[in-house]
Design a protein. Structure first.
Length: 484
């Protein structure tokens, strides 16, 4: 038929057949409106008029036909007219990618409990470590125990990063291999650090620190490989014995049996989980040995810096000279338990950022979305930390009264911990590690030089670190590319 378009009517992405005769504007609807209605879906999704002009030209609509039927000079003018008359709508993809940040709240809370349960080992081990306090009023053997713990936190943070990197590359065999080699090496080095810190004294504390180092390495392997339930089952007998020891005397032989039994059970479970399986051929990623060890160093420094800050928060009252009965153990317990809600809220923030990438059409709208999510998630974490601190302080024997300065320091430390974990999840761990290490050094220097009271120094140091990390988070998360 003369004057018809080249493609048959009804073909996907083509224009319908329109008669050559021009319809007077007074005799019916505007033909441009009719065309806009017929092409509504395509025009609404176009990001530029040139896309519409390309469609018009691909359907064989000439400039002469456009002038005759629509009263405009060419396809580009008609495309601009259609672009202005149809509101922008960008439909969701038919098969949108699943949210990779969805996670179970119960699973995260379980991890928080698993993080806290090893603290009951100190309840069982306290009589075995009995002795006169040191010059700072700390219980006997505290220095080698803390030295080994700080080393273990740093070492196993770096080890976990390396194993997770291999898992992300699809090479589960390499992840197991790194855990199988790194765990025992860290335990041996942790025991050596405790021995050096103790000198010629406190052999019981050195032995306890060696067992602590073994546990940290084995627990890291189980947590990385997703065996939280197995770790929980191994810790339950020791936890039950510690709870019993809080209300009635428990023989030293029973205490030692429970401690050694739990540590041995965790070590056996970790060895089985990390044991090589099959041929060990990686399913994806580079060949074994191409992940540099130096890539894990910032994660180890982050673990060391945050560990020192947590230790100072836990020992704040002792360092203030208030005696052994005032050890702020509830602060450390609250922080440890809060890691469960912290992990879930971190995933929640990442999930809302992922949704914002699809829902927001401008950078400003995306920044507003992420800012609201950040305030909501950080506020929820601080509320959980506050509730946990109040509860643990109420239940803990001989716990100090919750003062405003101590509580402010704890919440500011919570900001440091959560924003540090958030930066770590975005791969910006170098900045978080630098801030935490500098904060730990500043806190240590202030205590050594007796610059202000421990609680005052703690609140000031935690506040400065929280402000620096919050600024770093705002700078990073304002870019949509960081959330991809």
């Amino acid at each position: 038929m003369s004057g018809s378009l080249r493609m048959p009517p009804g073909a996907p992405g083509t224009l319908p057949v329109i008669p050559r005769q021009r319809t007077p504007r007074w005799a019916g609807p505007d033909p441009v409106d009719e065309l806009a209605e017929r092409l509504d879906g395509f025009v609404a999704a176009a990001v530029h008029p040139d896309e519409i002009a390309a469609l018009l030209e691909s359907d064989g609509l000439s400039d002469d036909q456009i002038r005759e039927r629509y009263g405009v000079r060419n396809s580009f003018a008609l495309a601009e007219e259609l672009y202005e008359r149809v509101a922008r709508r960008y439909p969701e993809p038919e098969n949108s990618a699943p949210d990779p940040w969805r996670t179970s709240l119960l699973g995260c809370l379980l991890r928080g409990v698993v993080f806290a349960l090893p603290g009951f080992g100190y309840v069982l081990g306290a009589p075995l470590l009995a002795g006169p306090p040191d010059d700072h009023g700390l219980p006997a053997g505290t220095v080698p125990l803390l030295a080994a713990a700080l080393f273990g936190w740093a070492w196993n943070q770096g080890l976990a990063h390396r194993a997770y990197t291999w898992l992300g590359l699809g090479d589960r065999a390499a992840a197991r291999r790194s855990l199988l080699l790194g765990g025992p090496a860290g335990a041996l080095l942790g025991a050596l650090v405790a021995l050096l810190a103790a000198g010629t004294g406190a052999p019981a504390a050195v032995a306890f620190a060696a067992g602590q180092s073994c546990y940290l390495g084995a627990a890291t392997a189980l947590l990385v490989l997703g065996r939280e339930r197995a770790l929980l089952a191994a810790l339950l007998p020791m936890t039950a014995g510690a709870v019993l020891a809080l209300v009635r005397p428990v023989p030293d032989a029973a205490r030692l049996t429970l401690l050694l039994g739990s540590a041995a059970a965790v070590a056996v479970l970790a060895a089985r989980a990390a044991a090589p399986r099959g041929s060990g051929t990686p399913t994806a990623g580079p060949a074994p040995g191409t992940v540099p060890l130096t890539a894990s160093l910032p994660y180890a420094l982050f673990g060391l810096g945050t560990g020192v800050l947590v230790v100072y928060a836990a020992l704040g009252d002792v360092l203030a000279g208030d005696g052994l009965s005032a050890v702020a153990a509830p602060a450390a317990v609250a922080l440890t338990l809060s890691m469960g809600p912290a992990e879930w809220l971190l995933h929640r923030f990442r999930s809302r950022g992922f949704a914002g990438l699809r829902a927001c059409s401008t950078p400003r709208a995306f920044r507003r979305t992420t800012a609201r999510a950040l305030v909501a998630c950080l506020g929820a974490y601080l509320a959980a930390l506050l509730a946990l601190d109040v509860v643990t302080a109420a239940l803990w024997p001989h716990a100090p009264a919750v003062s405003g300065l101590r509580l402010a320091g704890l919440l500011l430390l919570g900001v440091v911990m959560w924003t540090g974990l958030l930066l770590q999840s975005f791969g910006a761990v170098a900045g978080a590690a630098l801030i935490c290490v500098l904060a730990a050094l500043a806190h240590t220097l202030a205590l050594v030089t007796h610059t202000g009271g421990p609680h005052t120094v703690g609140a000031a140091v935690y506040g400065a670190a929280a402000l620096a990390q919050s600024a770093l988070v705002c700078v990073l998360l304002g870019r949509a590319t960081a959330h991809r």
